[in-house]
Write a protein that binds this ligand. Structure first.
Ligand code: SF4
Length: 376
């Protein structure tokens, strides 16, 4: 998941976006209208897709958790609820976090580098990660957070007013606000905006294929390459995430992958090696892989940050296994922030944190002509 999104107060968006967007300014003033408090939104629900009637209740087919809900019950994600015998979503038009971010923050390094992403999230999540960075909003329900009233049309209007090229569905887990993200993405495309998701990828194939029709890029967390670790760390299974990677790629969505290296949890180099071999053998050698540094967080506060040497070793393994674009994240100033040509080694994009220092790319290395996969 991304760095903790700020829960911005009503009317303070402009100040907040200046504060959180390193090296970027929110140059076009705009304001949200009709902001509402949580009490005004409490009973507001919208129709949810993928509900299946069963003898035991309504089964939600959105994610592999497969919650079966009786009247009044809410799913594990705290977002989808049965109301009057229908599956409804509490997360529609009511984001609790809204920021303008550099696209590099997602991280997406090969998708219109240096551009701005209008980034939003509602409360809720369908995973149970011990290391959640956004637990203050992921572990609660959209009817309990202080929200904006920002319907899909207003999302595009706000993004354009903030000079953003993309809309990012991010911070918590966009799968759980599927309908809101989908409808916002449709309108965004009509305005010439692109859509990106930052997700754990725990979604069923059918809804994911629908998303692929409107999403342009995704960064998916591949948290571990061991099903037991996945279950203990995040409460979900590995295979559906692997399926998500394949579906996104097969459907032409630009994909980057993040692997958070957590000491004693996901830092086994033999498993990292196995993960990279799987990626290469399944056609992901051109897919950027970001090894991200863990910092003590939430229920894993007792752990140390990932040693940089471990990240360096993981990156070296990925390169040796054939991954062409390997990055180290959350380590400002690390040389693995830059994009290097996999053929001649020239620096094609130089970064410091989320800031582009120099760029020498138009889809290929200007030194040797090698293709640098991505969208530019
Ligand atoms: S999206 Fe939510 S309600 Fe639906 S199956 Fe997943 S956790 Fe359960």
């Amino acid at each position: 998941m991304d760095t903790l999104a700020l829960n911005i107060k009503r009317g303070s968006f402009l100040k907040s976006c200046i504060a959180v967007s390193a090296g970027m300014l929110c140059s076009s003033p705009f304001s949200f209208t009709n902001s509402v408090t949580r009490s005004e939104k409490r009973d507001n629900t919208f129709p949810a897709l993928f509900g299946i009637e069963t003898a035991r209740g309504i089964e939600c087919g959105l994610c592999p958790n497969g919650c079966i809900l009786k009247e009044g019950e809410t799913g594990m994600c705290r977002v989808r609820k049965v109301v009057d015998s229908n599956l409804r979503t509490l997360a529609y038009g009511n984001p609790c976090s809204v920021n303008v971010d550099p696209i590099e923050k997602k991280p997406l390094y090969h998708f219109y580098p240096g551009t701005r992403a209008f980034s939003l999230a509602t409360a809720g999540c369908n995973l149970a990660c011990l290391n959640c960075q956004n637990w203050t909003i992921s572990k609660t329900s959209p009817d309990k957070t202080r929200n904006y009233d920002l319907m899909p049309k207003a999302v595009s209007e706000s993004a354009l007013a903030a000079n953003c090229e993309t809309i990012a569905y991010t911070y918590t887990e966009p799968v759980t606000f599927f309908e809101y993200a989908y409808d916002s993405a449709v309108i965004a495309r009509e305005h010439g905006l692109k859509n990106i998701i930052k997700s754990s990828g725990y979604i069923n194939p059918e809804p994911l294929k629908e998303w692929c029709k409107v999403m342009d890029a995704a960064n998916i967390d591949l948290k571990a390459f061991n099903n037991d670790t996945y279950l203990k760390l995040s409460g979900v299974r590995l295979q559906p995430v692997l399926d998500t990677l394949k579906i996104l790629k097969d459907n032409g969505v630009w994909l980057e992958i993040t692997n958070l290296v957590i000491p004693s949890w996901t830092d086994k180099l033999d498993e990292i090696s196995e993960m990279c071999r799987w990626l290469v053998s399944n056609g992901f050698s051109d897919t950027p892989l970001h090894f991200s540094r863990f910092h003590p967080m939430y229920k894993l506060e007792q752990l140390p940050p990932t040693p940089v040497d471990k990240l360096t070793a993981a990156a070296a393994i990925a390169v040796s296994e054939g991954i062409k674009f390997v990055y180290i994240g959350n380590v400002p100033g690390n040389e693995k922030e830059d994009t290097k040509c996999p053929k001649c080694g020239s620096t094609v994009i130089e970064r410091q944190g989320y800031t582009i220092l120099s760029s020498n790319i138009n889809g290929e290395c200007k030194n040797c002509g090698e293709k640098i996969s991505g969208r530019y």
